[in-house]
Design a protein. Structure first.
Length: 353
């Protein structure tokens, strides 16, 4: 969210999300019974034979030593009351975009359903991501049905990386070597959003660690749940905060008062201040070592003018990076701080003693 996000592969993801939603709604029809869950009826759920065949093959895959088809049968066998509760929950879950309006709609609540039924719904929806998108959905990037070569998790991550610059994470600006697809709203809490295009955000491995974002909730448990939270698509943090040097630390600070609480929550979510502080200290050491070597070799003179000019040159190179290299923000800030007159004098003393 350091940059504005453009959704990639959206037609394919939307088609997949529509397919999984349609399946659950069909299984939850009042007159639906377990015996209706046949290959022929499942194929008829989509106008495309390609998609119908894929759905049947997908449901015949196993999860925890049972087929996904068995979960579909469990859902179809639920009572009408349970099905109605599930449909209300799914509708509310799929209405996430409106949760960022004021006032928001009713918050999705856990359906009144047997444990077996609820677990069947959750596992089926989540496996649309794990096995479905993991191995490939029956849609190309334009959302058209394809028998082979459909969008998968890796091709989605690659498309995102190509669209947003291949070198830096959109969440922390760190190295973006092997992006990991994150569910911004964790799929274990909102399984209905497991393939929603607005909920899949490739981020770096460090951001995706349990100690940082992981599967932490990105909402509050009272009031307008999302009101004090950023969202990569519906409420971007782009331009809402900036790093500032305070003593020996880097703190992320809001650019306007109204962003204060959201910035605090984002910082706690991914530990951005502490991670940027560590990067700042590392970059400072690196630049000092480089300057010390240049002075020793005679390529620059040991004066504040020469050292300042070298730091300015390095900063110009950072500005010319297209796309930006990893840690562009902190490298630039480090050089700005090092050029402050008092710090430049102290730096000269340190490098020459």
């Amino acid at each position: 969210m350091l940059r504005t996000i453009t959704l990639v592969c959206q037609p394919a993801l939307d088609a997949c999300h529509s397919l999984q939603t349609s399946l659950i709604l069909w299984l939850c029809e009042a007159t639906r019974v377990a015996a209706d869950v046949t290959a022929a009826n499942l194929r008829a759920l989509h106008a495309s034979p390609i998609v119908g065949d894929w759905l049947v093959a997908f449901l015949n895959k196993e999860h925890k030593e049972k087929t996904l088809l068995s979960r579909a049968i469990t859902i179809a066998a639920l009572s009408v009351t349970e099905k109605n509760s599930l449909v209300c929950w799914l509708d509310a879950s799929n209405n996430t975009a409106n949760q960022f309006q004021n006032p928001p709609p009713a918050w999705p609540i856990k359906p009144v359903c047997s444990d077996d039924g609820w677990n069947a719904v959750k596992e089926l929806l989540i496996e649309f991501y794990n096995k479905g998108l993991g191995e490939g959905v029956p849609f190309d990037q334009n959302g058209d049905p394809v028998a082979a070569g459909g969008v998968n998790r890796q091709s989605f991550a690659d498309a995102f990386k190509a669209e947003h610059g291949e070198r830096s994470c959109i969440l922390c600006d760190g190295p973006f070597v092997s992006p990991e697809v994150d569910h911004w709203i964790a799929k274990k809490h909102f399984p209905g959003l497991s393939t929603a295009s607005h909920n899949l955000i490739p981020i770096c491995h460090d951001c995706n660690k349990r100690a940082n974002k992981g599967e932490k909730p990105v909402w509050d448990n009272a009031g307008n749940a999302f009101d004090e939270w950023f969202h990569p698509v519906f409420r971007s943090a782009h331009g809402c905060f900036e790093p500032r040097h305070q003593m020996t630390q880097i703190k992320i600070m809001p650019t306007a008062v109204e962003h204060t609480e959201r910035v605090k929550r984002l910082d706690r979510l991914i530990n951005l201040s502490s991670r940027w502080t560590s990067e700042f200290k590392m970059q400072t050491r690196s630049y000092k070592n480089s300057l010390r070597g240049q002075i020793r070799r005679g390529s620059i003179q040991a004066t504040t003018v020469d050292i300042g000019s070298e730091l300015q040159e390095l900063q110009l190179k950072i500005a010319d990076e297209n796309p930006p290299e990893a840690n562009n923000i902190i490298r630039n800030l480090t050089l700005t701080i090092m050029q402050e007159p008092a710090k430049l004098e102290a730096l000269l003393t340190e490098l020459t003693t």
